[in-house]
Write a protein that binds this ligand. Structure first.
Ligand code: GLN
Length: 286
């Protein structure tokens, strides 16, 4: 452990903890302590440098210390602080739900760009996790009717809390992608899903933060064909005649997903994320 400074100030804490995290091989060491300290002091991360010589009180240190310890074990920052920013909303997360990803924000942005304000759509998010997708969509398009499912009770309770924190109305139901029953009396103009799409064989390549902390059921699928085949079937049954499906996918398996939809008679296209990885599929019944 690095030597403690003679006085704990914003700056000495940033420096000490950066070194501590570096010793423990924590990802993004400097950003990690900036994030935690900003959360404890309720300031913006970059504003820390405006108050760099402010001493930290004993109470602040008491709050911060256990957070720093948790980060030293590689726990994701979002679980430690309990929240993350997603598109236009704050999303609360805890172990047991997937931490929303930037790629998924891109999916939301793409959908909003394609469907401007005005129309009243009925939209289903399958495997909603924290509820980030429907909460962000409903916030941006209050005139849409949002429905969301997940198989995990934990995820549903987190998602419901996020809807109420963001003051949006969303209908949630527990449901299984492989045996969908929920909302079966309805059809949807848009069906969206960011399903678990990592193959078990890839587990060893994942960051420790991901594989040790995020829920397996939100990360992994048995096979691409099984997961996206189920979503294709679900969509065939639940989409309105003119409806559109939007799916997030693994860049290595995009061709497989595209083939699957084309063979089932959909007209489908793929789209890259900002990292130039093939990440999304959009499909309509041909
Ligand atoms: N739909 C949620 C998200 O995009 C959860 C996805 C999941 O658990 N695989 O974050």
């Amino acid at each position: 452990m690095p030597k403690a400074p003679s006085e704990w100030t914003v700056l000495s804490m940033l420096e000490w903890a950066t070194e501590f995290f570096e010793e423990r091989n924590v990802k993004s060491p400097r950003m990690s302590i900036e994030w935690l300290l900003a959360d404890v002091l309720s300031v913006k991360r970059l504003d820390l440098y405006l108050i760099y010589d402010r001493p930290l009180t004993a109470e602040e240190l008491d709050v911060l210390r256990p957070l720093v310890k948790r980060r030293a074990t590689h726990e994701p920052l979002q679980y430690i602080t309990g929240h993350t920013d997603f598109y236009n909303v704050r999303i609360f997360v805890e172990p047991g739900v997937l931490i929303p990803r930037q790629e998924t924000e891109e999916l939301v942005a793409w959908i909003l760009e394609l469907y401007p304000k005005g129309e009243t759509f009925s939209v289903l998010d399958v495997g909603t996790g924290s509820g980030c997708i429907p909460v962000a969509l409903k916030k941006a398009r209050p005139e849409w009717d949002l429905f969301a499912t997940d198989i995990s009770d934990k995820a549903l309770s987190v998602a419901k809390n996020n809807a109420s924190q963001s003051e949006v109305d969303i209908s949630f139901a527990r449901d299984d992608i492989f045996n969908p029953q929920a909302f079966s009396d309805r059809t949807f103009d848009l069906i969206i899903s960011n399903p678990p799409y990592i193959l078990h064989s890839e587990k060893s390549t994942l960051d420790k933060e991901v594989k040790d902390y995020e829920p397996e059921e939100a990360l992994f699928c048995e096979s691409t064909v099984q997961m996206y085949g189920a979503l294709e079937q679900l969509s065939s049954g639940a989409l309105s005649a003119d409806g559109t499906v939007f799916l997030e996918l693994h860049e290595d398996n995009s061709g497989e997903v595209l083939d699957l939809f084309e063979q089932a008679n959909w007209s489908a296209e793929l789209k890259n994320d900002y990292g130039q990885k093939t990440r999304f599929l959009k499909a309509k019944k041909a």
